[in-house]
Design a protein around this ligand. Structure first.
Ligand SMILES: [Zn+2]
Length: 132
């Protein structure tokens, strides 16, 4: 086996059962079972609902792929106090990301006071509707 890094943070493992409905495409629920590798497939993780005979409880040292997504999220603050606004925004994102099976690794949080300047509508407008 090639050298692999040791992670200090393991987000909850997620069930990889493929769903037949359009979205979500996989179950994604918290996985506690592992289907060992076979000639046809790599090891996969499953929730209790989608586990099958032959699956094993996920060992602590199971090899998994951890995805890191870097992005910028903008929210309107719920308080004019920067400290309160930052704390609430981070809590809100942590709650949403946890619901998706992720863990937040906060790098920075900043805010600015400003006003919105809506752009004039382009093209023909429906009569009776104010421009946005
Ligand atoms: Zn599942």
């Amino acid at each position: 086996m090639a050298d692999v890094p040791t992670f200090l943070v393991r987000p909850p493992l997620r069930c990889s059962e493929r769903m037949t409905i359009a979205a979500p495409r996989v179950c994604g629920a918290r996985a506690t079972w592992m289907r060992p590798a076979s000639a046809l497939s790599e090891p996969r993780f499953f929730c209790a609902l989608h586990s099958q005979a032959g699956d094993v409880l996920v060992p602590d040292d199971a090899l998994f792929r951890r995805v890191t997504v870097t992005l910028e999220v903008m929210l309107c603050a719920v308080s004019s106090n920067p400290g309160v606004a930052h704390a609430e925004a981070v809590e809100q994102l942590e709650r949403v990301i946890a619901g998706a099976g992720g863990v937040v690794n906060l790098h920075a949080c900043r805010s600015q006071l400003g006003r919105w300047a809506p752009q004039p509508a382009v093209g023909p407008q429906k009569p009776g509707r104010p421009p946005r």
